[in-house]
Design a binder for this molecule. Structure first.
Ligand SMILES: [Fe+2]
Ligand SMILES: [Fe+2]
Length: 197
C-alpha cells in the first residue's frame, strides 16, 4: 500500500514517524486497523488506499499529553466543552489538528473519520463506518462479543456500527463511566439496524 496521494512520504517513512509518537502496542493496533480497513473497503466497494491510511493514522494522537490536547483546543479555538472530557474523546476530536500539524494531511474525509472514530456520529460516511468498525474488530482485539462483531461486519457495516455502539454503551454504564452525547446520537441513528435480518 502506498499513501503518496495523501502524504508526502512513503508508508515506511510514516511507520518510522508513528514509532516516535505512539507505543509499540499502539502501533500494532493501528496496523491491525489499517489491515481491517482495507478488508472492509474491499467488501464495501470503497477506496482501499484512503481507508488504509485512515486506519493506520486513527490513533496518532493517543499518546499525546493532556497539556498538548489543551494547547490544541486553545490554539484552534475548539469547543470549550471539550475540556470536560479526556484522552478517550480528545485523541479523535482534537487529535486531527495534531495530524495536520505534524503530517500535513488535508483530506477532509480521512480527518473526519479519525475525528469520529471513538463516538461515531448520527450521519456517518462510508469511511467513518469503516474506521469505527475496524477499530473494534481488528485482529489484535480480544474481548467478549468481538467475534460476533466480526461476523456482523462481514454482512452489514450499518449493523456492525449499531452492535458496536450498543456494546460500548453497555460497557460504559457497567463501569459507571460518562457517555459522550455523540455516542448516544450514533446509537439512536443506527440501533434499528440490529432488528434487521
Ligand atoms: Fe482511538
Ligand atoms: Fe484505536
Amino acid at each position: 500500500m502506498t499513501y503518496r496521494k495523501y502524504l508526502n512520504m512513503s508508508r515506511d517513512q510514516l511507520i518510522k514517524k508513528l514509532e516516535q509518537v505512539v507505543t509499540k502496542e499502539r502501533l500494532m493496533h493501528m496496523i491491525g486497523v489499517e489491515e481491517t480497513c482495507i478488508h472492509l473497503a474491499l467488501l464495501n466497494d470503497y477506496d482501499t488506499e484512503k481507508a488504509g491510511l485512515a486506519g493506520l493514522l486513527h490513533d496518532y494522537a493517543k499518546n499525546l499529553s493532556d497539556a498538548e490536547f489543551l494547547r490544541l483546543i486553545k490554539d484552534y479555538q475548539l469547543d470549550e466543552t471539550l475540556k470536560q472530557w479526556n484522552n478517550n474523546i480528545w485523541h479523535g476530536f482534537v487529535g486531527i489538528y495534531k495530524i495536520q500539524e505534524d503530517l500535513g494531511l488535508t483530506d477532509k474525509g480521512i480527518l473526519q473519520a479519525i475525528k469520529y472514530h471513538t463516538t461515531g456520529s448520527s450521519q456517518m460516511s462510508l469511511l467513518d463506518k469503516i474506521v469505527y468498525v475496524a477499530d473494534y474488530i481488528e485482529p489484535n482485539r480480544d474481548f467478549p462479543g468481538v467475534d460476533e462483531a466480526r461476523n456482523i461486519a462481514e454482512v452489514s457495516l450499518d449493523k456492525a456500527v449499531a452492535y458496536e455502539t450498543a456494546q460500548t454503551i453497555s460497557y460504559l454504564v457497567k463501569k459507571r463511566l460518562p457517555i459522550h452525547p455523540q455516542t448516544l446520537q450514533t446509537y439512536n441513528a443506527y440501533v434499528h439496524h440490529l432488528n434487521e435480518e
